[in-house]
Design a protein around this ligand. Structure first.
Ligand code: SF4
Length: 282
């Protein structure tokens, strides 16, 4: 594991592609130690042109408050400021406990919330609860989307062995909700799960987005094919889960538990809530 640093000219990056409805993406780090086996970021230029295997490094971005505040001010003068954090790293991976870059970003934003329209925080780390008060201070302008791809620990260990255990994520969600933070679960990508999955999630959040490799890898599944994700589904009892049809089945189960207004599909469920187009059939 190599920890480096980097001094980017800007923190806000123009959003495009799958996240094109956002104005900006924001990544406090380069690299991600969770190294999920299905992660398609390893196929993107940010990883392809970086030394070392995906998961073996993290570069910490150097952030000065004043220039970042200036960047936000400029962005605000140009128009809407909807931010997705993060598109190619986890903002609450373990190093955050030591260097607190994500907290620094939140602190600058929370000092003048008028500078943003919305901040979407995508993570699979319970560390996000450390910033619950800061996030809550942004009210409806912030949402924490917690990735929980399965409720079966053996499956989690197979597909994402370095990511936090499922139970710790469920507890984190519960804690965030109790502390007044707006949350949702991202079942993304959907992995093999038990029949109790939807019921279990219903106990800790009100909204869920479901995504798979075919709708959600930004290239209609081609990136995942290139990464040989299908191989992770062998032996054969898992292989039925690697299909375009499975998302429809899961969608129906989740609608039964959550109601159709609370279950979103793919890209739509990663938008700021006010930009979502409403439920769609899978
Ligand atoms: S947490 Fe996200 S960015 Fe990190 S390896 Fe997993 S899928 Fe990739």
């Amino acid at each position: 594991m190599r920890i480096g640093d980097t001094n980017p000219r800007r923190l806000l990056t123009k959003a495009n592609g799958y996240l094109g409805a956002y104005d900006y993406t924001l990544n406090p780090y380069v690299g991600c130690v969770y190294a999920c086996n299905y992660c398609y970021v390893r196929a993107l230029p940010v990883a392809r042109f970086h030394e070392g295997d995906w998961g073996s490094y993290v570069d910490v971005k150097h952030i000065d408050d004043a220039p970042f505040r200036h960047e936000l001010n400029l962005a605000r003068r140009r128009g809407s400021v909807n931010i997705f954090m993060s598109s190619s790293t986890d903002p609450y991976q373990p190093i955050e406990a030591r260097v607190r870059r994500t907290r620094q970003i939140l602190t600058v934003i929370a000092a003048d919330p008028a500078n943003i329209d919305f901040l979407f925080i995508q993570t699979r780390s319970p560390l996000v609860t450390d910033d619950a008060e800061l996030i809550r201070s942004l009210g409806d302008k912030a949402l924490v989307s917690m990735t929980i791809e399965t409720d079966v620990e053996d499956v989690r260990r197979r597909f994402a062995p370095y990511a936090p255990p499922i139970e710790t994520r469920l507890c984190a969600l519960d804690s965030l909700r109790e502390r007044g933070v707006r949350t949702q679960v991202a079942v993304a990508p959907l992995l093999p799960s038990s029949d109790q999955f939807a019921d279990r999630l219903r106990q800790v959040t009100e909204n869920v987005v479901i995504d798979d490799y075919f709708l959600g890898d930004g290239a209609q599944g081609r990136r995942s094919t290139g990464l040989h994700v299908a191989d992770l589904y062998r032996p054969s009892e898992l292989s039925e889960w690697y299909s375009r049809e499975k998302i429809g089945e899961l969608h129906r189960q989740f609608v039964e538990q959550f109601g159709c207004r609370h279950v979103f599909l793919s890209k739509n469920g990663f938008l700021p809530p006010k930009l979502r187009t409403g439920p769609r059939n899978a």
